[in-house]
Design a protein around this ligand. Structure first.
Ligand SMILES: Cc1cc2nc3c(=O)[nH]c(=O)nc-3n(C[C@H](O)[C@H](O)[C@H](O)COP(=O)(O)OP(=O)(O)OC[C@H]3O[C@@H](n4cnc5c(N)ncnc54)[C@H](O)[C@@H]3O)c2cc1C
Length: 477
């Protein structure tokens, strides 16, 4: 659908800059540069201007001017997303709306266990504010020092505590959104029960900025845990990880908060490249399981339950060795091993990355079958599989063979490897995209793996809410 432009482009850009004030609008190449490139350097786009509105009203006025001039918009939070959704295309000539100045905490309602914040709040700041009120905001991921809650919601971020608390969608109760026509929808209801027709708020979660700009969110809080126990177990294989999870859940219930698997090759890469990394056990093991339990009792019962479950698993051959962290520093070292695997992989040449999920019961079979398939298709490829096994979400990364391949030649295999890994995940009742989203990277995969009915519905929603196609064009669909 084409809409008649009511405003000339140059006049609109000048008016947009004056809405936020000259200090918060820039077309300067150097100032724009970090906002145009995706974190892994996969894409570098362009934009006419970047604006940093400070209020919802300013966002609404900017969007209205864009609508009138037919200027497209890319909303941007921390620009940490890994599928190319936060940066514009190479031929983009519209506006980046950065949310960093929308960073106020509007309300903490301890009795209601909710916090209402603006979209530009950095995730780590939000966690800190919650903790100051003796509450937990449980979303936690490697980029939490720079990603912003609007971006977390727009990608429906997962992270390391989904097993216990759910992903961003499950933590969200209400939203305030500037729609593509410039109207503000105030759906900031901090309610756990609100059955009033279509749950509009859920449309904007995971929408990657294609349906509007989230300006604020009402989010769930939880009691701040009094006890945390972190352990690392050495396992014979991934099947043992799944079996051990079941035993731990039987022993300590939903106290199992984090459950992250790492294969030896990933740990070895950390030991080679990440200063300060320490081999956790005297001998190497095929798999390592990072376990985090948390609870309210602070009487040592969680640690006791964990020790008992690990001892029984050891006796049954599921666990080869295990260590329970005695200090925050030791727990931090276990987590650093897990979180620095992607960083360590960069030193090993090209990586082809997959962010897939299957039912937890099929994780071990998936890792085994996918490993066999890619090794047969590309001899020498090194499988670095790690991640949120408790959610069935595996980052099935491939590092280039040690010899015989240039990085460029290896990366040219991306499509072929995708087909093997994604076909298998989908065929096992899983998904090709677990937590990072579609963006620019996986648009083709969405059409390939989702039914025509599903894609039609998505297109119909997009057309109904953003008929001129101005919001984050070319992303998802
Ligand atoms: C080291 C590292 C670890 C990571 N670990 C995880 C992980 O464990 N789990 C996980 O899910 N992701 C992870 N990610 C990916 C990334 O951090 C998340 O996708 C994060 O939620 C993005 O937030 P952001 O503020 O950086 O958003 P951006 O990257 O700026 O934007 C992401 C998308 O949201 C849109 N957007 C941003 N703000 C708004 C808004 N206010 N309104 C509407 N649309 C908006 C953008 O247009 C874009 O489409 C990781 C990334 C890194 C670099």
């Amino acid at each position: 659908m084409t809409l008649q432009r009511k405003l000339d482009r140059a006049a609109a850009l000048a008016a947009i800059a004056s809405v936020v004030g000259a200090k918060y609008a820039t077309a300067d190449e150097a100032a724009l540069a970090p906002h145009l490139v995706e974190p892994r350097g996969l894409w570098r786009g362009r934009a006419a201007i970047l604006v940093r509105p400070g209020t919802t009203d300013e966002v609404a006025r900017v969007v209205s001017l864009c609508r009138d001039a037919g200027l497209a918009i890319v909303p941007q939070g921390g620009n940490t997303s890994l599928c190319g959704n936060a940066v514009p295309y190479e031929d983009f000539d519209g506006v980046i709306v950065a949310t960093d100045r929308l960073d106020r905490v509007r309300e903490v309602d301890v009795a209601n266990n909710t916090i209402t914040v603006e979209a530009g709040c950095i995730l780590a700041d939000l966690q800190r504010v919650a903790a100051e009120h003796d509450r937990l905001f449980p979303l936690s991921l490697g980029a939490e020092g720079s990603c912003r809650i609007g971006g977390n919601l727009s990608t429906n971020a997962g992270g390391v505590a989904v097993l216990r608390y759910g992903n961003a969608r499950e933590l969200m109760l209400g939203l305030e959104v500037v729609l593509p026509d410039g109207r503000v929808w105030n759906g900031l209801r901090a309610l756990r029960k609100d059955n009033t027709g279509y749950a509009l708020r859920h449309l904007f979660v995971g929408a990657e900025g294609t349906l509007g700009i989230i300006t604020a969110a009402a989010l769930k809080l939880f009691p701040l845990p009094r006890e945390r126990v972190t352990a690392l177990a050495a396992l014979p294989d991934a099947a043992a990880a799944v079996a051990l999870l079941g035993r731990l859940q039987t022993a300590v219930g939903d106290a199992v908060t984090g459950y992250e698997i790492m294969s030896r090759i990933g740990v070895a890469m950390c030991l080679r490249h990440i200063p300060g990394s320490v081999d956790p056990f005297p001998a190497p093991h095929p798999q390592y399981q990072l376990i985090e339990l948390s609870g309210q009792r602070a009487d040592g019962s969680l640690r006791a339950g964990l020790e008992e479950a690990l001892a029984a698993a050891h006796a049954d051959g599921l666990v080869r060795d295990a260590v329970i962290a005695d200090s925050l520093a030791q727990a931090g070292a276990f987590w650093r091993l897990r979180e620095t695997i992607p960083e360590a992989q960069k030193f090993e040449g090209g990586s082809i990355k997959h962010d897939v999920a299957v039912p937890v019961s099929r994780v071990a079979a998936f890792i085994r079958r996918a490993t066999e398939a890619v090794e047969a298709a590309l001899p020498g490829v090194r499988v670095v599989a790690f991640g949120h096994v408790g959610d069935g979400n595996i980052h099935f990364n491939l590092s280039q063979p040690v010899a015989g391949w240039t990085t460029a030649a290896f990366l040219a295999e991306w499509e072929r490897m995708n087909r093997i890994v994604h076909d298998l995940a989908e065929g096992m009742g899983g998904t090709f995209s677990a937590e990072h989203g579609i963006g620019r990277l996986k648009r083709g995969e969405l059409v390939r793996y989702r039914s025509a009915v599903e894609v039609d519905l998505m297109r119909a929603l997009k057309a109904a809410i953003d008929p001129a196609g101005l919001m984050n064009p070319g992303k998802i669909l």
